[in-house]
Design a protein around this ligand. Structure first.
Ligand code: MSP
Length: 642
């Protein structure tokens, strides 16, 4: 039997799961169910990531023992996956003793292979992301504080004796692997981001910490604990008994796909493969990085009050509706917005109208005209043949899309076909045939419509298992679903009963629609600081900022600073000002003179390296590129920007 090994990231247990964390697991479940449906033996792995400073801090804040916190929250994740109908085959916890042993075994091998050495780490660390950042990767504000380029939260400066992994040694082997396996990382634009990192050369990675002990001890030097990401990544092989059960391990490794969110791509596409190369194991076949969900346009965050509990939605709308909405409305691979209004629209139109109602009215006609017994179809006309051949087309497209994780496209294709079934039904006017007493043709139309619905329900099994099974029940269908992939038309058995039942999906009256209330928690000061950068502002907030065009009159470097330049600018009616900007790495003083730039003119003055700055210029920055914002036609200094 062909096998398929698929994983989700393992979730941090510092807070409760929300719709964003459920997204990866739901998508993984859809893929796992699809592979089972087409005959694969599947291993679907998920779990929880329980070590590290972030979990320890969270336990301290809650006044709990870290293990107690992990047990409690890991239990919540497990329960949620049950509630969401997730069919994971195994659930790994990084505090499982087997996992901890495997991590030590793996790191010992890296040591033996000469890939680990002792050194001193000096640099920045983001606890929420559990990530090290180089000075030039960090974001800085006007007063020189450092922020995480990934989550925007404040960074801690670390200086510790650490063990290092010779990641730099794997730059070339990884580049070669990327070249030889062009589909290794998907989507393509995410792969290109990784290639850029590789092309600029990798730095060695600190892989132990000494300032706390909530982690797995370093073999032979237990005052060091192993970096939480190294610990966590190894879950993918410890779950399949690496170093403990060779047969099992060889059966499943390499994984077919690691499904991850975009922000943890570097760990999966660079660090993890390098670790595997270091111990001589094959690399996973694919890393697929999906986008991020926002809720009503905002980043998901407890303090914004939108960290919605997926259970609330399941209670109100049902599992299938959530699963459908998440894969239909949010293009898999891209960022997308979760909105309850859009969910209801999808429920009402796609599910209730197009799909549910089609089943309902067809079954109703079979009940009325054939005493609820599926009739024998008769000779096929052109329109029947088109319906059948369109299904063949759909099936091919479906397989192509599902096998390449284009889940949204697969659903679009299915709904296109549902549209064709509705058209077939309407154009053949079965109600007229019934009136005329043309039972022969009526039998064929109803049979074909039901057969098409049955086939659609099968293709929808991975996405909406409950409603697909309900369709099977109503049509007395009890064959293996795989038959749909193997057999020509006529799977439904004439003579079997159909059952009417309540609508497959219940519409929601939008005029009386009440949204699920989300409790807004008061943000802690720390959270507030991090959220500020992503909170939406209204126009009045924007109007508070006095943006002006300014002309640079003078520019000179500030002594003893590598980054700062002092500028004298002309702000027209506001007069001349002195501002200090961190742009020395990108511009020489001479090339600045005469440029017309944009500045914030009503910022409180601040001192940088002892020099007063009476405003701030605007610049766009990405990675290590920076460009000043200028204007594209000439306009006098002092002009207001609105
Ligand atoms: N513990 C690490 C992963 C270690 S894997 C060896 C971690 N955990 S996490 O809990 O922060 O995130 C787990 C997954 O949830 C990631 O794939 C992340 O992208 C996903 N999501 C968390 N919030 C999300 C959204 N708002 N939207 C979509 N997915 C998001 O990182």
């Amino acid at each position: 039997m062909k096998k398929f090994y698929i994983t989700t990231p393992i979730y941090y247990v510092n807070s409760e799961p929300h719709i964003g964390s459920a997204y990866t697991t739901i998508v993984g479940d859809i893929i796992a169910r699809f592979k089972r449906l087409i005959g694969y033996e599947v291993l679907y792995l998920t779990g929880t990531d329980e070590h590290g400073q972030k979990i320890l801090q969270s336990a301290k804040e809650k006044g709990k023992d870290p293990q107690e916190l992990c047990d409690e929250l890991s239990g919540k994740f497990k329960q949620l996956w049950k509630d969401l109908n997730i069919t994971n085959d195994y659930f790994i916890r990084t505090t499982d003793p087997e996992h901890m042993e495997t991590v030590q075994f793996f790191v010992q091998k890296m040591l033996e292979n000469g890939d680990i050495y002792k050194g001193t780490y000096k640099g920045w660390y983001c606890v929420p992301c559990e990530t090290y950042w180089n000075e030039d990767e960090t974001h800085r504000n006007e007063v020189g504080e450092h922020f995480c380029p990934s989550c925007g939260r404040p960074l801690n400066f670390l200086e510790e004796e650490n063990y290092f992994f010779r990641l730099s040694k794997y730059t070339e082997p990884l580049l070669k692997h990327f070249k030889e396996n062009p589909d290794f990382v998907e989507p393509e634009f995410r792969k290109n981001e990784m290639l850029k990192i590789l092309e600029s050369g990798l730095k060695d990675l600190s892989i132990t910490r000494t300032t706390f002990n909530w982690g797995i001890p370093m073999p032979g030097d237990p005052k060091h604990v192993i970096y939480v990401w190294v610990d966590a990544l190894i879950n993918y092989i410890s779950a399949i008994s690496y170093g403990r059960d060779e047969e099992k391990f060889n059966k499943w490794w390499p994984a077919d796909v690691h499904l991850i969110g975009k922000e943890i791509n570097r760990f999966h596409s660079i660090i993890w493969p390098a670790m595997l190369m270091s111990v001589g194991l094959p690399l996973p076949k694919k890393i697929f990085a999906h986008g991020w969900l926002t809720v009503n346009g905002q980043k998901i965050s407890k303090s914004l009050g939108n960290a919605i509990d997926p259970r609330e939605f399941v209670k109100k709308y049902g599992n299938d509706v959530i699963r459908y909405y998440l894969t239909r409305d949010i293009v898999f691979g891209k960022d997308g917005d979760f909105s309850e209004e859009n969910l209801v629209q999808r429920l009402n139109s796609d599910l209730a109208n197009d799909y549910g109602n089609l089943l309902h009215r067809t079954v109703a006609m079979v009940a009325k005209n054939f005493d609820s017994v599926i009739p024998e179809p008769n000779e096929l006309t052109e329109s029947d043949k088109v319906l059948i051949s369109n299904f063949k087309y759909l099936l091919n497209k479906y397989l192509e899309y599902m096998n390449s994780y284009k889940l949204t496209n697969a659903l679009e294709e299915i709904w296109h076909y549902i549209g064709e079934i509705n058209k077939y039904f309407d154009e053949n006017k079965p109600w007229v045939l019934a009136k005329e007493g043309n039972k022969e043709r009526l039998a064929t139309i109803l049979y074909n419509t039901l057969e098409a619905i049955l086939r659609v329900a099968t293709l929808l099994l991975p996405f909406m298992p409950d409603s697909s099974k309900e369709v099977f029940n109503r049509l007395s269908y009890d064959l293996e679903p795989i038959k749909v992939f193997e057999t020509e038309w006529y799977l439904l058995k004439s003579g079997n009963k159909v059952f009417h039942g309540k609508p497959l999906f219940t519409k929601i009256d939008l005029s009386k629609f009440e949204k699920i209330a989300v409790k807004k928690e008061e943000p802690s000061k720390k959270e507030q600081a991090s959220v500020e950068g992503v909170k939406l502002i209204n126009f009045d907030d924007f109007k508070k900022i006095d943006l002006r065009v300014a002309e640079i009159l003078e520019a000179e470097r500030i002594e003893k600073s590598e980054k700062l330049i002092k500028l004298i600018i002309d702000l027209g009616e506001l007069g001349r000002r002195q501002i200090v900007a961190g742009i020395a790495k990108y511009y020489s003083p001479n090339e600045l003179i005469g440029k017309k730039i944009i500045v914030v003119a009503n910022l409180k003055p601040a001192k940088l390296m002892g020099v007063e700055s009476q405003g701030m210029l605007l610049a766009a920055k990405i990675n290590d590129k920076l460009t000043l914002l200028t204007i594209d036609t000439d306009i006098e200094p002092g002009a207001k920007i609105s």
